[in-house]
Every structure is written in structure tokens, then in C-alpha cells.
Write a protein that binds this ligand. Structure first.
Ligand code: TMP
Length: 229
């Protein structure tokens, strides 16, 4: 799902400073069924009629779709392989995502919006590895630090796991992770990440109507560009 708007006009102006292109990276995080993908579809539609960013917007996701590493990740989830092996496949997918999509788009001054990113690893693999690795959350976060690109802004879609699992059941469960007890641990990890970096995170009440959250998201993205102009 990549959308690259070529328009020079946008809700947010192009982010070119002194000849240097400096794009912005915005990530959507939350447990399964928290409404991230629905919100991204709304933003995609808005972007079609009124471009979000003058320099162009790239909509992307992790795990990546239709790629060697993304397919390996989905096969690993399906086969329920060793959790440490699973973590390293997710990390390989992140590395490929950075070099093939995120880094070039940011270098071109674009707004990049990613449906899931590194915090999903800290939250999910921080939970799957917890019985195996001491301080799994910190271990997984630290594995990213030397080489990842930190998001400028992260929206955390906060929802009770009971509510999200009901939504997942209604649409047909898609992965082994969609269990209330497991998603409670994942939620606790997302909250830990948000507490560590409150300046990066915006916490959304994902049980509220999407119109309200859409407004908050657009305001925060606009403010991000204004701050750096
Ligand atoms: P998706 O539902 O966004 O396609 O992601 C597939 C599953 O993979 C979802 O249950 C969340 C999980 N996941 C991780 O466990 N770790 C990660 O780093 C990412 C990106 C996703």
C-alpha cells in the first residue's frame, strides 16, 4: 500500500529546508483490531483529494507486503516458529523496509506514514520472548537502536484487548496473537514505550469514533511540520 503524491500543494507544506530535504516519519501502533488500518484508509482517501504533504506522502506498513522478508515473517507467524527466530525475521523485514522504502522517502522530503513499526516489535516480541529472555522488552528495543530510524511521531491506538478481540473475531481472527491474555501483555509494553518517550507518543482512545481521532491525528501531523519549519 504505497501512495506517493506528487502534488506541490498540500495540507502540510513541502518540507525543504536550505536545499536539504527532511521528511518526517509518523507511525501508527496498537494491538490487533485497534483501528489503525481503518484510520490509514481514511487518511489515504483524504490524501487523494487534498494531499497531506506538499512533498508527497508514502503510506507503508510492517510487516511489509509482497516482499521476501514480509512473506518470511507471515510464514513464521503461521508456522509458530521459535520466538527468537521469529524476532530476527521481523528485524530483517524492518531493515529491508528502511533501506527500500523509509530512508529514500525521507531523503526525498516526504511524509512517511507506517502502519506498525519498531514499537510493535518491542511490544509483541517483548511479550513472546518474556519467558525466554530476561527483560525482553528492553532487549528488543536495544536491538534496534544502532541502526533504526526513530519516528518523529507515534500514534498509539489504545483499546481494551477484550474489545479489540471481539472486533477481530467479527472480521475473522487473522493471527495467533489475537488472544486477550496475550494482547494484555502487548498493551502493557506499548504503554511502557509511550511512558519512556512521551514527547514522541500521542495516545488515542481507539474506542472513540474514528472522526475524533482523525482530527487529532491531522492536527498533530500539521504541528510536527510547523515545529520544524
Ligand atoms: P498485521 O496484522 O499488522 O498484518 O501484523 C501481523 C501480526 O504481526 C500482528 O498480529 C502483529 C504482529 N507483529 C509482531 O508481532 N511484531 C512486529 O514487529 C510487527 C510489525 C507485527
Amino acid at each position: 500500500m504505497v501512495c506517493d503524491s506528487k502534488s506541490k500543494k498540500g495540507i502540510i507544506p513541502s518540507n525543504v529546508k536550505g536545499g536539504l530535504m527532511t521528511g518526517k516519519l509518523v507511525t501508527f501502533e496498537g494491538i490487533d483490531g485497534s483501528g489503525k488500518s481503518t484510520m490509514l484508509s481514511r487518511l489515504l482517501k483524504i490524501n487523494e483529494s487534498e494531499p497531506l504533504c506538499g512533498g508527497g506522502t508514502v503510506f507503508t506498513r510492517e510487516p511489509t507486503k509482497d516482499t521476501l522478508t514480509g512473506q518470511a515473517v507471515y510464514a513464521a507467524i503461521e508456522k509458530n516458529i521459535d520466538p527468537l527466530a521469529e524476532l530476527f525475521l521481523f528485524l530483517a523485514d524492518h531493515a529491508a523496509h528502511l533501506s527500500e522504502t523509509v530512508r529514500p522517502a525521507l531523503a526525498g522530503g516526504k511524509l512517511v506514514i507506517s502502519d506498525r513499526y519498531s514499537d510493535s516489535r518491542c511490544a509483541y516480541q517483548g511479550a513472546t520472548l518474556n519467558p525466554i529472555t530476561p527483560n525482553a522488552f528492553d532487549f528488543v528495543c536495544r536491538l534496534h537502536e544502532p541502526w533504526t530510524i526513530k519516528p518523529d511521531l507515534t500514534f498509539f491506538f489504545d483499546i481494551r484487548p477484550e474489545v479489540s478481540c471481539k472486533r477481530c473475531k467479527d472480521r475473522g481472527a487473522q493471527t495467533k496473537f489475537e488472544r486477550v491474555d496475550f494482547l494484555r501483555k502487548v498493551t502493557a509494553n506499548f504503554k511502557k514505550a509511550a511512558e519512556k518517550e512521551p514527547e514522541r507518543f500521542v495516545i488515542l482512545d481507539a474506542e472513540k469514533p474514528p472522526e475524533e481521532n482523525e482530527k487529532i491525528i491531522l492536527e498533530n501531523i500539521r504541528a510536527l511540520f510547523e515545529l520544524s519549519s
